[in-house]
Unconditional design. Structure first.
Length: 404
């Protein structure tokens, strides 16, 4: 009996089955290769990888050796290479003066006085002094055109001038003790003696006037500035700067400046000296309101461009501390990597500086928004510290140290 076989023999069926298994294997491998890493680790029973913005907390490990963990996560913010700040507090100008102001009062244009056997002339005038408190002195001035004999001048009934008077002895200063608000001044010629009874004594006076000298003063002014406790704490140096403008060269006065009641300058005024700077002792400054007192004994001076200049120390360059436990160190010894990752503001500007990891420098200079560095061999068990010393000004959004 003849038996007919099908289209495929047993041998052919075996070959086809092997081909199918091979195809399935290739597809499985391709699927595993193309599968996302997170799904692949989940299928194999491993913990998922952390994302950049969701790093695990300190001490949390992965695998048998705690081979993944976030050791440090900070947001440093603005980084500035300048550690010292200079500020200027402008103050209003100070106008100091202690000068004489003259006022002229005409008493008479012409006076003719005679004294003889048959006649006797005199002349009396009244004048007023408005500001006795600031009155320095009053002087009497006139010109003698012609004379014979002696002239007598009285102030409020008291003789202040007598004898043969010529223009050379004038002006005379009237006694301050005799002056009041309303005053009388009189002129008369003394008569001839008995042996000259036929003689006529006379004085011809012209432009009789009073010169009133008043003291005009603004010899003290005050300015103030305020310091907070934090400013006082961080202050390295403070000074007063100004430019002296001499309004009159008639007097050379002394400029006195006090800070909170203590003298910081007492010196002769020097005109056209440029900018003057007076250093303050920091112990003389107080928290809150500080008072500056300016004074002058004579002259007229303006202190312009007045300002307080202060130098402040900024805070130290930032330091960030983190601890590494024994279990973490075991992971490091087993070959886990430690990475420093820093993210910057994406502004296209240069970011450069140095990370000091336990004193070891790691330099960075980039225009991108991210910088990473390998910290293997730089981390110790226990406390670790990272310092950031910027060379340019930039904003650091975050600073992370993690294991993987």
């Amino acid at each position: 009996m003849v038996v007919k076989r099908g289209l495929f023999s047993k041998k052919g069926q075996a070959e086809n089955a092997a081909s199918l298994v091979l195809i399935i294997g290739i597809l499985t491998i391709a699927y595993l290769v193309l599968m996302p890493v997170a799904d692949k680790r989940e299928m194999m029973g491993e913990s998922p990888l952390p994302s950049q913005t969701n790093l695990p907390p300190v001490g949390q490990g992965y695998g048998n050796s705690l081979n993944f963990g976030n050791l440090l996560s900070e947001s440093p913010g603005l980084m500035d290479p300048i550690l010292e700040t200079v500020t200027q507090t402008n103050l209003a100008s100070v106008d100091l003066f202690s000068v004489e102001s003259q006022k002229f009062e005409n008493i008479a244009t012409n006076i003719h006085l005679e004294n003889s056997l048959v006649s006797e002339d005199d002349a009396e005038f009244t004048f007023v002094l408005d500001d006795l408190n600031n009155l320095e002195d009053v002087r009497l001035l006139f010109f003698v055109l012609d004379y014979n004999g002696e002239l007598e001048v009285k102030l409020n009934g008291v003789k202040v001038l007598s004898g043969e008077i010529t223009s050379d002895v004038l002006p005379i200063t009237l006694p301050r003790s005799l002056l009041g608000r309303v005053n009388r001044i009189s002129f008369e010629v003394e008569g001839p003696n008995v042996f000259q009874f036929m003689t006529v004594n006379y004085y011809e006076l012209k432009d009789v006037m009073l010169i009133k000298n008043y003291l005009v003063e603004n010899n003290a002014e005050f300015r103030q500035f305020v310091l907070t406790g934090e400013e006082l704490k961080n202050m390295n140096h403070a000074s007063l700067v100004y430019r002296l403008n001499c309004m009159s060269l008639k007097y050379q006065g002394r400029i006195m400046i006090k800070l909170n009641g203590r003298i910081v300058q007492n010196a002769l005024a020097v005109c056209d000296a440029g900018v003057t700077e007076i250093d303050f002792s920091l112990g003389e400054l107080i928290e809150g309101r500080n008072i500056l007192e300016f004074g002058v004994d004579k002259g007229h001076y303006v202190l312009e461009n007045l300002a307080i200049e202060s130098d402040y120390s900024a805070q130290e360059y930032p330091r960030y501390y983190f601890s590494v436990q024994v279990e973490t160190m075991k992971g490091i010894f087993d070959g886990d990597d430690i990475t420093l990752q820093s993210n910057f503001e994406n502004d296209g500007k240069r970011k450069s500086g140095t990370f000091y990891v336990n004193g070891y420098p790691i330099y960075f200079d980039t225009y991108t928004s991210e910088f990473t560095a390998d910290l293997n061999g730089l981390i110790y068990e226990g406390q670790n510290v990272i310092s950031v010393i910027p060379e340019t000004k930039f904003k650091m959004l975050n600073l992370n140290v993690f294991m993987e």
